[in-house]
Design a protein around this ligand. Structure first.
Ligand SMILES: Cc1cc2nc3c(=O)[nH]c(=O)nc-3n(C[C@H](O)[C@H](O)[C@H](O)COP(=O)(O)O)c2cc1C
Length: 179
């Protein structure tokens, strides 16, 4: 099993990174020989989609030459795609949205069909968090469109007391184990 994770927080040692780390520890614990790659989007140069449509009508590839070219290969090779994002203004971060928009250039059937998606989110506002619900809804729709399986989601309120956050992190670990 190959797991491609995307860390979409600009704080590379922040709350979202802690959740992703614990989730991946669970994955490793229960899946021997798992192959992994994590992209820290904030460290990548990824330009926004410019809707040139070359990917659909021209050479059928994205003509923008940036770090997304490497990430296209990672998406192709993955069995599971893990998206880890903080909630910003009731939505995913700009880093994740830019990445997702650029996936438009891929061959949907060949690159996504049958693969699994995992969504990990953190937020400052209380549970249930409407921003996290909006993002979950978006990715459920995207999965349906791409014939992917929405495998699971996890949300952590980063303002909760430490004991509650620690319990939540154990849940992230156990979701990783069950993947
Ligand atoms: C620009 C910005 C917008 C935010 N908007 C929301 C929001 O709409 N809802 C919410 O619950 N938390 C919001 N937050 C809080 C973050 O989601 C929260 O602190 C998160 O855990 C940060 O993750 P990180 O440590 O990985 O950066 C926002 C934070 C920032 C910086």
């Amino acid at each position: 099993m190959r797991v491609f994770s995307v860390l979409a927080s600009p704080r590379i040692k922040g709350n979202t990174s802690v959740v992703l780390k614990r989730f991946l520890e669970g994955v490793r614990e229960n899946h021997s020989g798992v192959e992994e790659y994590t992209a820290i989007l904030h460290e990548k140069s990824i330009k926004p989609c410019m809707a040139c449509d070359n990917c659909k009508t021209g050479p059928k590839v994205c003509v923008i030459s940036d770090d997304m070219q490497q990430l296209y290969r990672e998406v192709e090779a993955a069995d599971v795609i893990v998206l880890a994002t903080p909630i910003y203004w009731w939505n995913m971060t700009a880093q994740l949205k830019t990445f997702v928009d650029r996936l438009y250039a891929m061959d949907f059937e060949k690159s996504f069909k049958g693969k699994r998606m995992v969504l990990l989110m953190t937020y400052g506002g209380e549970d249930p968090n409407s921003g996290a619900e909006i993002v979950e809804k978006s990715f459920r729709e995207i999965c349906e469109f791409l014939s992917m399986e929405f495998a699971c989601k996890f949300g952590l309120c980063s303002e909760n007391p430490i004991e509650i956050r620690e319990r939540a992190l154990e849940e992230a670990y156990s979701l990783g184990r069950k993947l």
